[in-house]
Design a protein around this ligand. Structure first.
Ligand SMILES: [Zn+2]
Length: 133
């Protein structure tokens, strides 16, 4: 299996800072054959190239907040994150969990495993808590 299937879930949220409604990428599932792992946007922090591909594939969704590195005082560093489409406030990963029952499919695509998707899936499957960040 040389291809990875990527399914990105999105959800509508309200900004904690300015109150605007926008869309976040709430969960991303990577599948190769019968191996599958689900992660969130923060897990892409160590995979900037994959983050850029994901961001491109979701760019057609109106009102999606920019996916990029943002500084978090809570974490004490920067991580790849969702943020408000209006004011760019960081939408922290712990808020993402609250959106789980309102998710819908935002985009799905396949990508060559050699581009790094295979490594990311392997790392996710090998991690103790299912996350890389
Ligand atoms: Zn905002």
């Amino acid at each position: 299996m040389n291809e990875i299937e990527i399914h990105a879930q999105v959800a509508t949220v309200d900004c904690w800072s300015c109150g605007a409604e926008f869309i976040i990428a709430s969960a991303i599932r990577l599948t190769r054959g019968d191996e599958t792992a689900e992660c969130d946007i923060a897990d892409f922090t160590e995979f900037p190239q994959l983050a850029a591909t994901l961001s491109d594939c979701l760019s057609a969704i109106a009102n999606l907040g920019p996916l990029k590195l943002r500084h978090s005082a809570t974490v004490g560093g920067s991580y790849f994150s969702n943020g408000c489409a209006h004011c760019d406030a960081l939408f922290g990963r712990h808020f993402e969990i609250a959106t789980r029952n309102e998710e819908r499919l935002g985009a799905s695509f396949t990508a060559p495993a050699v581009d790094g998707w295979g490594k990311m899936l392997g790392d996710l499957l090998a991690s103790n808590d299912g996350h890389l960040f």
